[in-house]
Design a protein around this ligand. Structure first.
Ligand SMILES: [Zn+2]
Length: 479
């Protein structure tokens, strides 16, 4: 087993040099380190517990991060230009060009088939929206896939096409996942909660028993997999054999409402554009699932973005005594803030979405954005907050999440409702799964070239991670 003594390390916010002894996968008393321990000098770098992303769709992220990035497009014409530029850099091949991440809620021009046909008359072009609820295709893609029309496809048509794209390149998947895992380790990630919609427990078991040990995985599942988990004799938190303790059974995920950009997040007050959004599970159905999770020993992760969906989710927790998280909690009524702590419900939030959703929120949730992404409101009401990316909706990068929670602006504008910010220390603490560097804690540690507690935001966003260790083993090394 590993036995490492990290020397010349500093703690965030401190100049005192310290040592960290990692033995048999846990942090141990450095004064007891034997002379035989492998000594590694960190040369004055800062150490802290490794980072967790508490909400990831990892397979989707691994696939999407290889695609053409359209997130900077501020108009349909601009997006078509990005496509044209990429086509100039590529050989003429018959495979479709796939792009990802356009956000058209604030565009003034329409994403039309003509725009894409003009830059790519023959090669199929398929562009996925940032929230994956829409796909914009040219005429060549329409005929290649037998689609109802060119231009923008939504919801069912969009999901159907995405599934066909995923099926076309199945052999690639594990390679893409390995690349994305190495990149995550290089960012200091030591664990993820994977909420992939595809059946991911089998995939992680296969990959982890074949050597992929880049980080810990809590593998969540959806209601249609509930019986399968029970048939396998599994309960929440169980360790999957032969994965060296790295793979555990995660929460039951229940999606109870939609999203902001599609105006389907379920709200108490109507949208500026009309309607309250949609509940995709009735409160009774959610309560029934939570009761079943309690009875069978699983935690739950309840997706609720709009404030009315949050109210219903809290009601279901209260009725059933379920344990777990509300995912997103993007809009919360003041009278619901204290219920998180009272019910022991964790708020699992994705700060980077506030950078993306700021303008859309002001437009379609007018007069209530002061309680949008209410980090401080929840913190002051005693709630436990954990951070994540919801990759591929935002990039899997914990430093961006920490920066967004602290500094609520992605550009030169003033922070958006800065009174709802977390402090840097709170944002860091919300990103380490409650871990510390005390003796007995898992030996999941990162060494950093900057002091994460005091460095400026721009340095935080590009945090140079010198080393990552999981269970006392190096998963990333750049010293
Ligand atoms: Zn998600």
């Amino acid at each position: 087993m590993t036995d490492v003594l990290l020397t010349d390390a500093r703690l965030p916010g401190s100049d005192t040099v310290t040592r960290l002894y990692l033995c048999d996968g846990v942090i141990a008393d450095a004064s007891q380190a034997p002379a035989s321990a492998q000594r590694v000098s960190l040369e004055g770098r800062w150490v802290m517990p490794g980072l967790w992303d508490q909400h990831v769709h990892f397979t989707q992220w691994a696939i999407v991060r290889r695609r053409l990035d359209l997130s900077s497009a501020t108009s349909a014409a601009f997006a078509a230009q990005i496509v044209a530029a990429r086509l100039l850099a590529e050989l003429d091949v018959p495979e479709p060009l796939i792009g990802n991440g356009y956000r058209d809620a604030l565009w003034e021009d329409e994403p039309t088939a003509e725009l894409l046909d003009a830059v790519s008359p023959e090669r199929p072009v398929i562009l996925l929206s940032g929230d994956l609820h829409a796909v914009w295709v040219n005429t060549a893609a329409r005929y290649r896939y037998g689609l109802p029309h060119a231009g923008v496809l939504r919801e069912g048509d969009a999901f159907g096409l995405q599934m066909r794209l995923d099926q076309e390149a199945p052999g690639d998947e594990d390679v893409a996942i390995s690349e994305a895992a190495a990149e995550a380790a290089a960012l200091g990630i030591v664990g993820i909660v994977d909420l992939e919609m595809a059946r991911n427990l089998h995939g992680w078991t296969r990959r982890m028993t074949h050597g992929l040990q880049a980080f810990r995985v809590r593998s969540g599942f959806y209601p249609d997999e509930f019986d399968e988990r029970l048939d396998m004799g599994l309960r929440g938190g169980d360790v999957i054999p032969d994965t060296e303790g790295m793979l555990t059974v995660g929460p039951l995920k229940i999606i109870t409402d939609g999203s902001l950009n599609t105006r389907t997040a379920y709200c108490h007050e109507p949208y500026a554009t009309g309607g309250h959004g949609v509940l995709t599970f009735t409160p009774e159905a959610t309560t029934g699932l939570l009761a079943r999770a309690v009875a069978e020993g699983f935690d739950v992760a309840v997706h609720a973005i709009g404030d009315a969906a949050v109210t219903h989710a809290l009601d279901s927790f209260a009725t059933t005594g379920a344990r777990g998280t509300i995912e997103h909690a993007q809009l919360v009524r003041d009278e619901d803030l204290a219920r998180f702590a009272a019910l022991g419900v964790t708020a699992s939030m994705q700060p980077e979405h506030l950078w993306d959703d700021r303008d859309a929120s002001e437009k379609i949730w007018p007069g209530r954005t002061g309680r949008s992404f209410p980090f401080a409101g929840l913190r002051d009401a005693g709630a436990r907050i954990v951070l994540g990316s919801d990759a591929p909706v935002s990039p899997l990068n914990p430093w961006r999440a920490i920066a967004a929670a602290e500094h609520r602006s992605a550009d030169e504008r003033e922070p958006w409702h800065p009174e709802q910010s977390l402090t840097r220390a709170q944002a860091l603490a919300a990103s380490t799964d409650g871990r510390s560097l005390a003796a007995g804690e898992p030996a999941d540690v990162v060494a950093l070239d900057r002091d994460p507690l005091t460095c400026p935001t721009d340095e935080l966003l590009d945090m140079p991670v010198a080393a990552t260790l999981v269970g006392g083993r190096f998963t990333h090394w750049a010293i």
